[in-house]
Design a binder for this molecule. Sequence first.
Ligand code: TA6
Length: 281
Amino acid sequence: AELTYVRGAPAVQLRAPDGAQATVLLLGAQVVSWIPAAGQEQLYFSDRAHLEEGKPVRGGVPVIFPQFDQLGPLPKHGFARDRRWKLVRAEVGGDDALAVLHLGDDEATRRLWPHRFDAELTVVVGGARLDIELAVEHPGPADARSYSFTAALHTYLRVREVEEASVEGLGGLRFRDKVRGVEDWEHRHRLTVDQEVDRIYFDTPKPIVLHDGRRRVKVENQGFKDAVIWNPWVEKTASFDDMAPTDFRRMLCIEAACIEEPVTLRPGEHWWGRQTLTAYS
Ligand code: TA6
């Protein structure tokens, strides 16, 4: 592991002995590149992304904490994604390379959200796998109030052409559709995308598989009970200043999330959730 810069922004570069690589920005602890051993780039990272503190970075795996979307009084998607995290360690262990980053509360976060917290993001890369784990601890003191949060790993997977890709593993699940403002049950075995999609699928017990030509990416979530599928399509993308107008064709978000049942922590308690991505063909 080595410290590096991505378009001028400080980052840590992880290289496993087998050649698998991942790049993690200190800004947001955001993974912006993942190349499995003997593989290709698996993540979408916008050429027009802003890379400044205080602004979200378009692409990779934004860490959403302590609020998903606008489901509460905080800024959209909380504050963890546009702050600078601290690198705790980066090392090669066995067949994997690993980095741990930390974000704690400070005056600015307490002004938005009056709680103490220690958030840790662990990224492990090796072989065909990328593991991203978010752990949050309520450090106390013992007489502090408990608090609740929602969270997500807002993974932007790269695809060759989104209309030719499909997502398997959501059939039979209940979802909330933000575009139509309704709740429904998924009857399709394979989801395809040919318009704006913004859905939260609840209670997703099985792996979700992205099909992109012969390429597959398996998404397995632990601790995160919900999954979000998002593609902004033409109009929404046109409203973004950090994404090229046709780039919605190059990406599909499959997010690990904890939304319907927020996590509640009492002093001294902790929670963790993990997303494991495996690329194969
Ligand atoms: O995860 C889906 C979502 O909440 C969408 O509603 C969409 O707005 C997206 O996240 C991206 O949000 P952002 O603030 O990064 O533009």
